[in-house]
Design a protein around this ligand. Structure first.
Ligand code: NAD
Length: 503
């Protein structure tokens, strides 16, 4: 899997149950975001590796798709056990490449493993429907069958969980899979594929090809791939959806987010401030379900801001491995610059910078650190409101009423998650009913659905019809077939020339 090229460990592809050991071609640097140092290099694939991986997956598909679902489930049970055993080691790999705290990395592992647990129920999930006597002596049944080779393209912010939103259900359904993880955090995917092989999931069922745009485009254009799951920024999600569907593939492409938390005047202040703090600054704001906008209704704004600032100042910003660290660094120097640029633009556009993460002590040291930032009096016209920042920057928008708050939330082009904090059941129900976001929280700031429900936003946060994992994941990974069956009796019926109807 790895070898030393120019004194650096190289993360190679994983194809047909074997680790590639690339000695030439192009490589990208992998950083430890807590130190800013290059720690490894990743092989950047080409269409040739995509061809090889798809060919391996096609070869594996024939036998794998015929393995009875209950046997596939047995292998996934073993896989689940192995992942639980290895959680700590895998979490350390996540932290070393992504920077998030170890506790957060372990929690990410758990959320991914929960999808494997859901996939263990595949015999039940694939059960079809049967109607006896749709016509005299005729029965009809429907069933779901695998598609063939499927592909997944994943972002940097969840090196384990997002790949595990995709491939466990896909392979449980009988498909084979080619995963293209983010080139910034590539090691975990290789580990996931290697452990799958050790658990008896056959070679070629789960393959990993690293790389950037050329690999993504080769996957989207490849005639051997039937379906593509994508998670990443909105601009790339839109392009992936257009290109993949134009090539005749089934595509689900989840994009960026700007998640709002509406704080009503009757909300529990302490609970709301704590929830906001964790949701805005956890994982350095690099979560697609991070809260980046707090909409403060009426007179809740002043006391909420005071509590937020007090708590944010006390936040422990440190390396993900440091004991007690609550927020790690950003993913790269470039991204840190980008986020700092947004802080500059917020000030220039007239928002009130209540807390400046650029001046935080951690932001002065090596590594890609920024402290938490809070803007007050943000307006929808501002760039820091309209665009996804994907960093530890919270915008507070003040509004006079719940109706205006809802309008602001629903006017945004991104609609992944939204939350309301209130003590009123009626107000909460009104919000859930009317909000445009795909995932809604009531006194829950990060309403990420559990594995047995499905995950997805709406508007420009999701291109395609299917959400990810849960029942929608099974539907996305299979095609339906309906059979209408008559067994011959002794009576001769004669030919019929009208559309069959129930008699
Ligand atoms: P990204 O869009 O830059 O990259 C995502 C994937 O696409 C990576 O594998 C990358 O190699 C590839 N890619 C990048 N540019 C490409 C291009 N021009 N053509 C084809 N492929 C390309 O996203 P990221 O920076 O890795 O991740 C952060 C983004 O992901 C944020 O916008 C975040 O909101 C989003 N995200 C969304 C969800 C969700 O569920 N909606 C979940 C996690 C992350």
């Amino acid at each position: 899997m790895t070898l030393s090229v120019q004194q650096k460990v190289v993360v190679g592809h994983y194809i047909d149950g074997a680790a590639d050991e690339p000695r030439d071609g192009s490589f990208d640097d992998i950083y430890d975001p807590a130190t800013g140092e290059v720690t490894k290099r990743v092989a950047m694939g080409t269409p040739a590796e995509v061809d090889r991986a798809v060919a391996a997956a096609q070869r594996a598909f024939g036998a794998w798709s015929e393995v009875p679902p209950v046997r596939r489930a047995a292998l996934l049970f073993a896989y689940r056990e192995a992942l639980v055993r290895e959680t700590d080691r895998l979490a350390r790999i996540i932290t070393s490449e992504h920077g998030k705290t170890l506790d957060d990395a372990r929690a990410e592992m758990q959320r991914g493993i929960e999808v494997v647990e859901f996939a263990c129920g595949i015999p039940h999930l694939l059960k079809g429907d049967l109607t006896e006597n749709v016509a005299r002596d005729v029965d009809s049944f429907s069933l779901r069958q695998p598609l063939g080779v499927c592909a997944g393209i994943t972002p940097f912010n969840f090196p384990a969980m997002v790949p595990m939103w995709m491939f466990p259900i896909s392979i449980a359904c009988g498909n084979t899979f080619v995963l293209k993880p983010s080139e910034k955090v590539p090691s975990l995917s290789v580990e996931l594929a290697r452990i799958a092989l050790e658990c008896g999931i056959p070679a070629g069922v789960l393959n990993v090809v690293h790389g950037g745009r050329p690999v993504v485009e080769a996957l989207l254009d490849h005639p051997g791939i039937r379906a593509v799951s994508f998670v990443g920024s909105t601009a790339v999600a839109r392009a992936v959806y257009a290109r993949g569907t134009a090539a005749g593939k089934r595509v689900q492409a989840l994009g960026g987010a700007k998640n709002h938390l509406v704080a009503m005047p009757d909300a529990d202040l302490e609970q709301t401030a704590d929830a906001l703090l964790g949701a805005a600054f956890g994982s350095a704001g690099e979560r697609c379900m991070a809260i980046s906008v707090a909409v403060a209704v009426g007179d809740v704004a002043e006391p909420l801001l005071a509590r937020l600032k007090e708590k944010a100042v006390a936040l422990r910003v440190d390396a993900g491995t440091a004991p007690g660290s609550e927020m790690g660094p950003l993913i790269s120097a470039e991204h840190r610059r980008r986020v700092a640029g947004y802080i500059e633009s917020g000030v220039a556009e007239g928002a009130e910078l209540v807390l400046d993460g650029r001046t935080h002590a951690a932001a002065q040291r090596d590594g890609f650190f920024l402290g938490p930032s809070i803007f007050d009096r943000v307006e929808p016209r501002m760039r820091i409101y309209r665009e996804e920042i994907f960093g530890p920057v919270l915008a507070v928008v003040r509004v006079p009423s719940a109706e205006r708050a809802l309008q602001i939330v629903n006017d945004h082009e991104l609609a992944n998650g939204a939350a309301v904090f209130t003590r009123s059941g009626g107000r909460a129900r009104w919000f859930v009913h009317n909000v445009a976001a795909g995932m809604v929280g009531v006194n829950v700031a990060i309403p990420v659905p559990m594995s047995f429900h499905s995950f997805g936003g709406s508007k420009n946060s999701l291109f395609g019809d299917h959400h990810m994992h849960g029942p929608e994941g099974v539907r996305f990974s299979t095609r339906q077939k309906t059979a209408t069956v008559r067994w011959p009796s002794n009576e001769a019926g004669g030919a019929e020339f009208v559309m069959p109807t129930s008699k």
